[in-house]
Design a protein around this ligand. Sequence first.
Ligand SMILES: *[C@@H]1O[C@H](CO)[C@@H](O)[C@H](O)[C@H]1NC(C)=O
Ligand SMILES: *[C@@H]1O[C@H](CO)[C@@H](O)[C@H](O)[C@H]1NC(C)=O
Ligand SMILES: *[C@@H]1O[C@H](CO)[C@@H](O)[C@H](O)[C@H]1NC(C)=O
Length: 128
Amino acid sequence: MGFLSFTLLILGLLRLVSAQQTTDPNEVAALRTIISYWNLGSKINLTMDPCNQTAPWATEDSNPRVACDCSSNPCHITHLKIYALDVKGEIPKELFELKELMDLNLGQNVLNSSVPAEIGQLSKMQYL
Ligand SMILES: *[C@@H]1O[C@H](CO)[C@@H](O)[C@H](O)[C@H]1NC(C)=O
Ligand SMILES: *[C@@H]1O[C@H](CO)[C@@H](O)[C@H](O)[C@H]1NC(C)=O
Ligand SMILES: *[C@@H]1O[C@H](CO)[C@@H](O)[C@H](O)[C@H]1NC(C)=O
């Protein structure tokens, strides 16, 4: 195999890999449950990949905000902000499926449950 065709093969494989970048399906399912439970479906489009970096909720100043670490495949959800959006009810247990969460902001909502002990499973948490 010549150098050129080898290079093309590598470039083709790289493109295939980047096209297959996905988000951890457990985290996507958990986030969908959380978003529907809190009635935020009009702000976060549940049919799109939540880690889509061109999505309106991906920018640093958006609210709600979902941000991800896509440095390895699959992407993991690392940031979740739902600030003062009049969210009501309990903290869904699905939140604890977001194992790579580092930054969680649920401030200024009307949550009526205490913070469950499972919050301790989120070992990457830096900001709560
Ligand atoms: C959600 O995303 C899907 C797929 O990208 C699109 O077809 C649909 O129109 C979007 N819905 C809203 C409410 O933006
Ligand atoms: C990401 O979002 C853009 C528009 O916001 C859309 O065109 C594109 O298809 C989306 N990609 C994926 C993988 O959902
Ligand atoms: C919290 O609110 C939700 C919905 O408003 C209700 O279904 C649930 O029973 C409440 N839970 C507690 C512990 O008060």
